[in-house]
Design a binder for this molecule. Structure first.
Ligand code: ADP
Length: 210
């Protein structure tokens, strides 16, 4: 967040005189309290200032980049996850390719007949399976998928930055968001892809209150 000249002046006054009331800051800047209110609200919401009722404003001492880091670390998977695209493990490679086009995704999650996570197929898995094969209708997707227990999964309350780190470490594009079901299996309730993480980054950049 770029601070305006007036916001910088306010920060300096609070640094030098804290705790100080909004009224006094306004006096020192020869402005009315009403004129100053939006700036004080922005600086407080962004975390530069701390406001205590009947005491006044304090300087938190946090820099813009510290506040941004704090904000990034707070983002959870459920803030940005998308709807998962899931197919049965008995479906064919041909079905998987069609689903990928129709749903416009790059990764499909494969479930068994109890709707539990069984595997993952990516674009390259399907390309590899298609090379030199004419009868894609007769190859079940579970032959070519990456299967459990080797699937990297995440939970809706995980931090998005940790998921991003794991996507990079594992060199994959997507992770299913899962919920544990009784007997050790996982139900797929969402997906996180590099696109979701890019969206989070863009949101942080356009958020005026960073
Ligand atoms: P692509 O290879 O199509 O660019 P990925 O990089 O996501 O897509 O996939 C690389 C390999 O990792 C593929 O074989 C895929 O089956 C596997 N894979 C994808 N997502 C996961 C995951 N969440 N856990 C484990 N393996 C995965």
């Amino acid at each position: 967040m770029e601070l305006t000249k007036r916001q910088k002046q306010i920060l300096q006054i609070v640094k030098d005189h804290a705790p100080i009331t909004g009224e006094k800051i306004a006096d020192m800047l020869n402005l009315t309290r009403a004129t100053l209110r939006p700036d004080l609200a922005i600086l407080t919401m962004a975390g530069f200032l701390d406001a205590r009722p009947r005491v006044g404003y304090f300087y938190t001492g946090k820099t813009g980049s510290q506040l941004l880091t704090e904000k990034i670390k707070k983002i959870k998977v459920h803030d940005f996850q998308s709807v998962p695209v899931v197919i049965q493990e008995s479906a064919s490679v041909y079905d998987a390719i069609t689903t990928m086009f129709l749903e416009d995704v790059g990764t499909l999650f494969i479930v068994d007949k109890h709707s539990k996570l069984a595997g993952v197929v990516s674009r390259k898995d399907l390309l590899r399976a298609s090379i030199g094969q004419k009868d894609l209708d007769n190859i079940p997707v579970n032959i070519i998928m990456t299967r459990m227990p080797n699937i990297a999964v995440c939970y809706r309350d995980d931090h998005l930055i940790d998921v991003a780190r794991r996507l990079i470490e594992r060199q994959i594009d997507a992770m299913p968001v899962v919920k544990k079901v009784n007997d050790n299996g996982f139900e797929v309730i969402g997906r996180v892809t590099k696109t979701n993480i890019t969206r989070a980054l863009v949101d942080l950049a356009v958020d005026e209150l960073i």
